[in-house]
Design a protein around this ligand. Structure first.
Ligand code: CAA
Length: 382
């Protein structure tokens, strides 16, 4: 790590230990998201890390961002994911938005005053995202040109607490080319929230259904051009996926840390359980898998930073790191034994939080589909 990265890590560790960690057990139990914590993270510059300074961001690299997300995830996967998704929304606006759109929406998002949400999935369009049916029909209302949104979205991270929603909706024919992206603000008439999901993990981060009923969106809220929506979503996910990998590395690191500390202090058969080779091999494998994952995530981030994005590596980073997080957190519960299965230690929470990392931003099966397609493409060039 360079000096900036070490400073980032130390600052975040201090903040999380003081402000996040003391509430985590209670907030996980009660599904409480604290906006004041998010606002404070914003004041410290942690909610707009990769955005250029002209729109209120800090202008850091994706490598710095990955290190920061990893650190936050050691204390709370939920806050890390809120920042990751809100940053993905900022990246979309920065890359595809007009100057007016950027000036209007980015400062509140980057400063952590507001949260952004990414809205692609529907009940009938999960892995097959291009089959979405939420419609956006061209219309004119009171002399203003725009679109009428009808339909619903599910699994929306930060649904209900976000103010700016990037919504993919169908403006054209079936398939990916008929999808467009819109900026929809909370409070727009015709836009409401459906059920809040009761989840196994990520309990501090609300996940909600969004409902659109004759919701009028002015044409100025269209992002880029009609029909660009699917590519905008896919390009955003390319970046989002390795940041989910970074969160997974943090989640796994915390589980390993809890395991080693416990194994060194817990005595059975007149010796610390750490001294049993069976457990040593488990912990050595946990450490190995975490380092492999970290290197993949940082390499994927570096490729983005150097202007040569590698979608295949981004999918690999997400796949490897999230499978590692699931395995490492499960092993951590095993090493702690009975107490690992209780709320006396945080490992059961990290195990629950790890599971959905294998599902969001493209299931790990979809990551393999993308990796295989890109492999085929590479080989068909020869
Ligand atoms: N960047 C830019 N364009 C891309 C792209 C990318 N990474 N990937 C595909 N495209 C383009 C293609 O080039 C193609 O364009 P043309 O028609 O001009 O050739 C177009 O998009 C369609 O591509 P495909 O034919 O590959 O599309 P597909 O229907 O076969 O789907 C898929 C591909 C990879 C399976 C995709 O549907 C997918 O990623 N599914 C998973 C969905 C997903 O990740 N959902 C996550 C929800 S969001 C979330 O979880 C966030 C959260 O809140 C935590």
């Amino acid at each position: 790590m360079n000096e900036i990265q070490l400073e980032l890590k130390n600052q975040l560790q201090k903040f999380c230990l003081q402000k996040i960690e003391p509430h985590m057990e209670h907030d996980d139990e009660t599904e409480t998201f604290r906006m004041d914590i998010f606002n404070e993270l914003g004041e410290l510059g942690f909610t707009g890390m990769t955005l250029p300074e002209e729109f209120g961001g800090v202008g850091l690299s994706y490598q710095d961002f990955s290190i920061a997300l990893c650190e936050i995830a050691k204390y709370s996967v939920s806050y890390a994911v809120t920042i990751s998704v809100s940053s993905m929304v900022q990246a979309i606006l920065n890359e595809f938005g007009s100057v007016v759109q950027k000036k209007q929406y980015l400062p509140a998002l980057s400063s952590g005053i507001e949260i952004g949400a990414f809205c692609l999935s529907e009940s009938g369009a999960g892995s097959d995202a291009a089959s979405l049916i939420t419609s956006a029909k061209k219309t004119t209302q009171d002399g203003t040109e725009g679109y009428l949104l009808n339909g619903s979205k599910i699994w929306i991270t930060s649904g209900g607490i976000a103010k700016t929603y990037i919504v993919m909706a169908r403006t054209g024919a079936a398939g990916s080319s008929g999808v467009s992206a819109f900026i929809v603000r909370d409070g727009t008439p015709g836009f409401s929230f459906g059920k809040k999901e009761k989840k196994m993990g990520w309990r501090v981060s609300p996940t909600r259904e969004l409902l659109f009923h004759n919701c009028f969106i002015p044409a100025e809220n269209l992002l880029a051009n009609e029909g660009d929506g699917f590519k905008i979503a896919m390009a955003a996910l390319d970046k989002g996926r390795f940041t989910i990998g970074a969160i997974a590395v943090g989640c796994a690191e915390r589980a390993l840390d809890e395991s080693v500390r416990y194994a060194l202090s817990r005595q059975q058969f007149k010796q610390p359980i750490f001294d049993f080779q069976g457990l040593q091999f488990m912990m050595a494998d946990m450490a190995l898998e975490i380092e492999c994952s970290r290197l993949l995530v940082l390499q994927a981030a570096k490729d983005y930073d150097s202007g040569t994005p590698n979608a295949k590596l981004a999918c690999m980073a997400k796949l490897k790191a999230t499978d590692t997080a699931m395995r490492v957190t499960t092993d951590a519960v095993q090493i702690l034994g009975g107490v690992g299965y209780t709320k006396e230690y945080p490992v059961e929470r990290f195990m629950r939080d790890a599971k959905v990392l294998q599902i969001v931003e493209g299931t790990n099966q979809i990551q393999r589909v993308v990796i295989a397609r890109l492999l085929k493409k590479e080989y068909s060039k020869h």
